[in-house]
Design a binder for this molecule. Sequence first.
Ligand code: NAD
Length: 416
Amino acid sequence: MTENLNPFAIAQAQLDEAAKVLGLDPDMHAFLRRPQREFHFNIPVKMDDGSTKTFQGFRVQYSDARGPAKGGIRFHPDETIDTVRALAAWMTWKTAVADIPLGGGKGGVICNPREMSPGELERLSRGYMRNIARYVGLFQDSPAPDVNTHPQIMAWMLDEYETIMGHREPGAITGKPLPLGGSAGRGPATALGGMFTIREAAKVVGLELKGATAAIQGFGNVGSFATKLAQEVLGIKVVAVSDEFGGIYSANGLDYYAINEHLANTGKVIDMPGTQPISNKDLLELEVDILIPAAIENQLTAQNADNIKAKIIAELANGPTTPEADDVFEAKGIYVIPDFLCNAGGVTVSYFEMVQNAYQYYWTEQMVNERLDHKMTTAFHAVHTMAQEKKVYTRVAAYLVSVSRVAEAVRLRGWV
Ligand code: NAD
């Protein structure tokens, strides 16, 4: 049988497994299996050549039971409504596992931002916001950056939102530039949060991190900060990194600053002097202590799971592992830090950003990082303890923690 790689089918299958272990009430299970609401819309954009191109946009508010929905917006040519639904579901479980008072949402636009000018991107971003302005905001749903969307895009969207609403409401969007109310530490937050979970996982599996090796797939926002912080915070030697064009390997370890300089000059990590080329496929199968997928979904599948040699898989990407691969990793005893736990640092600091916006009082990066460490460490141990108590795989344990928290809020509201 071929693997089903539809991300929403995978998200639902993961929930189904947790529901079984949890003995979740069937009515509650049915309610949690689908998004609460979703928006589909057309965004007409005046292109630089005078034509008008229509882009398809989505916003899914999977759950606002525990608080306003929260989640990023992706600009991607392969975006689908099912990808957005899956990511919105994972945001719901993520805010619950991190125990922050928010729900889960996600947005997307089918477009190729690499082929668009800054002016076209600005008009697309403002057009996206015009479609959803009435349905988002501090108390409804607060968007943030994700793949191919960055602080400038958040600034355009926030400006459009505030112009429509007629007041300033910085917490309506997070991941903003600092002068518009962004939080110190938001840039590296996802990767740094992941490092805190790797530190805790290493303690429970008995892995000495000083000099341990890691391979990182993806050298975007998350993967590049992960490369830097793995070395600087945990003393890990990063021997391989990659982007969509291919990867580089050095047994002696790669220098983050040199890769960044090479990337700035060439637009790719491959062909960096002093390194060997490596394919994305081979990178995942390297003999390393820690494997960090930080790119896109469905990278660890039934095809390659048997060949993975890492002791810890830290899923900074969303949905990098299929259920079939999970079965293999569980059987092999690989310690997986599941995505919505491992990469919860981003949304946690986004939440800190909303708190700072509400008070109009801003914290230092050190304060942000200390509070992030506390949240991530607490979340990690809630999941690890659950895995031990119930004798279940870490991903199932993470679902048990978060689904029971969301279900409790749904019950208390009297919805189910
Ligand atoms: P990004 O667009 O900044 O970077 C993505 C990286 O992955 C790029 O280096 C790209 O070249 C690479 N890539 C794309 N396709 C690839 C492929 N087929 N093989 C190998 N590499 C490939 O995005 P990002 O913000 O760094 O997000 C990466 C992952 O982390 C996504 O799964 C995202 O949902 C997740 N995530 C991001 C955040 C955040 O705060 N940015 C938070 C939580 C989770």
